[in-house]
Design a protein around this ligand. Structure first.
Ligand code: TMP
Ligand code: ASP
Length: 236
């Protein structure tokens, strides 16, 4: 499947058309942004790592019965996916306190969250992805009530599956963001699942292995992405 015209360029990926209107190619860039595009940089080979890591995770989720947009990985930086009408709602799950939760509510970082916390954010950079609730989603028609119910149950299942997946590889899944979209009357899990959109801590040492290293200039950014790649995509 060859790529045709560019349909959209996001912060970390470019979407290209293919000869099949139901399929698009997502091309993974090395560009990294944080704080809604305010901080910009490059993480060398991030695109390759995130494409491979996402592939492994989408295949695992599909095996476990989660419908995703994944079709196949074409090469190091390109993934063939089903075209989606993106639902503009980011679905976040948190198992351990970190990031904006700590800032917003004064919660101590690393506190275990039981049961996990589920939040919705509006996918809108100029507005800095504000937090929203089901009432906003319903009134502004960002998704139907049925879709919202699906986002919650599907997201919760993905959280359980990914928590187990990463734990088996010595990684604690602290929190993550999911995006969903509509394809031929079905809601599918879209975007990517990688250290860009998940907080991943070493299970033993608590060391951060995700985009927080870039966000907060913690150093060893490439090394930690590579470590996640090795743990997720390595043999065994
Ligand atoms: P937060 O603590 O900044 O709200 O982020 C929660 C999780 O969601 C974290 O794993 C990073 C991810 N995330 C994104 O991938 N993109 C975003 O735009 C935001 C706000 C969060
Ligand atoms: N994804 C958002 C950005 O690129 C927020 C973040 O990851 O910090 O700015």
């Amino acid at each position: 499947m060859k790529r045709q015209e560019q349909l959209y360029e996001g912060k970390a990926k470019i979407i290209y058309a293919t000869e099949d209107p139901d399929l698009v190619i997502q091309y993974f860039k090395d560009d990294a942004t944080a704080f809604d595009g305010i901080k910009k940089g490059t993480i060398v080979d991030k695109g390759v790592i995130n494409n491979h890591v996402s592939t492994k995770i989408f295949q695992y989720l599909e095996e476990k019965g989660v419908a995703t947009h994944y079709v196949e990985r074409l090469n190091d930086r390109e993934m063939l996916v089903k075209s989606l009408e993106i639902i503009p709602v980011e679905v976040v799950f948190r198992n351990v306190a970190a990031g904006s939760l700590c800032k917003r509510l004064g919660i101590e970082e690393a506190k275990l969250l039981d049961p996990p916390i589920q939040e919705f954010f509006l996918k809108d950079d100029p507005l800095h992805d504000p937090m929203i609730n089901e009432s906003h989603i319903k009134t502004f028609e960002w998704a139907t009530e049925k879709e919202v119910a699906f986002l919650k149950t599907s997201g919760s299942k993905v959280n359980q599956l990914l928590t187990e997946f990463f734990k088996e590889r010595g990684i604690r899944l602290v929190d993550f963001k999911l995006e969903y979209g509509r394809h031929k009357g079905e809601v599918l899990l879209g975007d990517e699942i990688s250290p860009d959109g998940c907080r991943l801590w070493d299970w033993e040492t608590g060391e951060k292995m995700d985009k927080d290293r870039f966000r907060f200039n913690l150093g060893s950014v490439e090394e930690k992405y590579q470590e996640v790649y090795n743990l997720v995509c390595g043999e065994g």
